[in-house]
Design a protein. Sequence first.
Length: 114
Amino acid sequence: MPSINVKTNAKLPKDKKEIIKRRLFDCISIIPGKSDNSLMVAVEDGVDMAFHRDAASRMAMVEVNLFGESTKDAYQRLTGAICMILSDEAGILSKNCFVKFEEVKYWGHNGFMI
């Protein structure tokens, strides 16, 4: 089960957040063995954040959690896709888009360990 959590200081209309979520669901298959069938996506806008003491520019911190492992190449391609989505839909420059990957060894769901 992967999850993608987006935090941005940009204020986004509901329709833009839905488009971002849909596009993130579409691109998770970049990671071999992952699909939108088990993906959870959260988009939190209007977050108080700053980078290099700059709070005025649009920016995002994205966390991608994966059960298991993948490759640096797959992470690179997914990073590019995520940054493009946030640029297209939220006006966030790629230089202000940060993506953190975490490979999770244990994942619980529905009261059980997967």
